[in-house]
Write a protein that binds this ligand. Structure first.
Ligand code: SAM
Length: 211
């Protein structure tokens, strides 16, 4: 029986070795958690984890941390990780609002944001994971040569994200409004939402930003 079907599974998550409890205690020492000196890359809003689990399988020399706000969703990623037992992947249930309390200054090599919630109303703009408030936090935890990679099919959110990044002094290192039509698509690892939206014919936008 799958973990998600077991009564009390949410409680079980609390004692699972792949789920880091109280992640703020690892601030500044995530490499110690993995027992190596390799780079740490994180995905904020990992959902069911297809993207990060694939990356972790393909890149055993990189440490990955998946962050998801809701335990019901995180449980789906955990089920896959329990099957794969990837030593270079940890998961945390956490709201990225205070992500800089979980990772120390310059501790993160790369931040992935995939199909983040658009929060279309202007009055909710600050909740977008690419708003200036979040970009400020990312700047604190990113290594000097680190980067943020963002994908979405939502063109309004994409244009907003480009202008927030530029206004906050980030460099637009890569921008496309049709990722699947570029040569880079060959190396692209897709997410659950990306598969769903590109199957409907929506072009996928991607930006990579650096400090
Ligand atoms: N990245 C996945 C994909 O592309 O298939 C899931 C995309 S889904 C639209 C957005 C996910 O981000 C949801 O699972 C949501 O719970 C999570 N999320 C939204 N805001 C978050 C936050 N502040 N901190 C952590 N996770 C968040």
């Amino acid at each position: 029986m799958r973990l998600r079907n077991i009564p009390g599974a949410r409680e079980e998550m609390l004692v699972n070795p792949f789920i880091v409890q109280d992640p703020a205690r690892l601030r500044g020492c995530w490499r110690g958690e993995f027992g190596n000196d390799r780079p740490v890359r994180i995905e904020i809003g990992m959902g069911k984890g297809q993207f990060l689990l694939t990356l972790a399988q393909r890149n055993p020399d990189v440490n990955f941390v998946g962050i998801e706000k809701y335990s019901s969703v995180l449980l789906r990623a955990l089920t896959k990780q329990e099957e794969l037992q990837l030593p270079n992947l940890r998961l945390i249930r956490y709201d990225a609002e205070t992500i800089d309390e979980v990772f120390g200054e310059g501790e993160v090599d790369r931040i992935y944001l995939n199909f983040s919630d658009p929060w279309p109303k202007d009055r909710h703009a600050k909740r977008r994971l690419t708003s200036d408030r979040f970009l400020e936090r990312y700047a604190k935890i990113l290594a000097p040569d680190g980067r943020v990679e963002f994908k979405t099919d939502n063109i309004d959110l994409f244009e907003y994200s480009l202008s927030e990044a530029e206004a906050c002094g980030w460099t637009l290192a890569y921008v496309t409004r049709d990722l699947h039509g570029t040569p880079e698509a060959a190396d692209n690892v897709t997410t659950e939402y990306e598969d769903r939206f590109s199957a409907k014919g929506n072009p996928i936008c991607k930006m990579v930003i650096t400090r």
